[in-house]
Design a protein around this ligand. Sequence first.
Ligand code: KG4
Ligand code: ZN
Length: 346
Amino acid sequence: MKILGIESSCDETAAAVVEDGVKILSSSVNSQIMEHRKFGGVVPEIASRRHTENIISVVQDALGQAGLSLGEIDGIAVTAAPGLIGALLVGVNFAKGLCLATGKPLIPVHHIRGHIAANYLAHPELKPPYLCLVVSGGHSHLVEVLDYTSFHVVGRTRDDAAGEAFDKAARAMGFPYPGGVILDKEAQRGNPHAYRLPQPKVDGSPYDFSFSGLKTAVINLVHNAAQKGEALNAQDLAASFQFTVAEILTNRFLLAARDLRYNILAVAGGVSANSGLREMLREKCLQENRQIYFPPLSLCGDNAAMIASQGFYEYRAGVQAGMELNASPSMPIDGCQWNSILPASM
Ligand code: KG4
Ligand code: ZN
C-alpha cells in the first residue's frame, strides 16, 4: 500500500511516498529555517504563508521522485495535530483537496506518533511493544508503544521540552536559531565536566523531567559572567549543558525501562539527533544489555516519510477522516480524537 504523507506542522513543508509503512519511495522537505533565523524563532504567520507557497511543488516533487501519479497512491496521510494551527491547516486543507478530487482515503496523523514511526523506516525489525523517549522542540515524553496505534505516556516534561531547552540555552550562549544542532557541534569540542549544572528532579514522579531550572542556571551563568566582564568558554558550557540534559533523559528512560521491564527501547524527535544523548544511551544500554534504536539523522527532524509511515498503521487500524477534518494545535498522543473518524468500512 502506497501512502502519500504531508507534513506542515511547524517550519518544514514536506511530502513523501512510503510503501507499507517501511519503504521510502520518495521524500521531499522544504525547510524555512534560514528565514525564521532572522527572528530568533519560528514566526507562525510567515510559516503558514511559506507552506501555502511551497506545498504544491513539494508534493509534486515527492510524486515525481517516486515515479508515481496521484492515481497510483492508495491513501493520503496528513499531520493534523499538534503544531502551529495556521501551519497545520495548510497541509490539512491541501490533503482534503487532493482526497476530494481523487476519492482517496484521508488519514489524519498525530505528529509525535509520526516521529516515533521514523524508526520503522530505518529498522523494520523494530516492532511494538517497546519504550520510547520522544524528545522534540515542543514535546518530551516517555511513552510505552503498546502497538502501532496504542500508546501510554508514563513520563513527561513538567516545563520546557528538551529541544526548547537546547534552543534557549544555545541562544544564551550566543548561537543562532535553531541552536540545538549548533550547540551539539560546539559541545563536541568542549569539556562536559567544566561546569556543574543542576539536575532538577520532580518529586513523586520518577519518570518526569524538568528543564527550566537547568536552562535558567545557564542563562544566569552567562549573564553573571557578562556583568563581571569574565569570559566563559562557550564550548565547555555547551558540553556541560548537553551532558546534563543527556544524563537527565538517560536516567529517567532507563529507570522506567527497568521498572516496566522493557528491553527494547527507541528514541524519536529532533533531539534524538543529539550526539551526546546517543552516545550516553548507547553506552548505558550496552552495559544493561538493552537494545536501543534511533532514527537515522535524516529522519530525526520533521519530514513526511514518518507521517506516511504512521498513516499506513493508522489506516490499517481503521482511522480515516472525512472532509470535516480540522487541525488541532494540541492533542495527547495516547488519546487521538479526530473530529470526523469514519467507520473503517466507509
Ligand atoms: O522534532 P523536531 O524537528 O520538531 C518538533 O516537532 O518540535 O525538533 C526540533 C528540535 C529543535 O528544538 C532543535 O533545536 C532540536 O530539535 N535539535 C537538536 C539537535 N538537532 C535538532 N537538539 C540537540 N541536538 C541536536 N543535534
Ligand atoms: Zn517534529
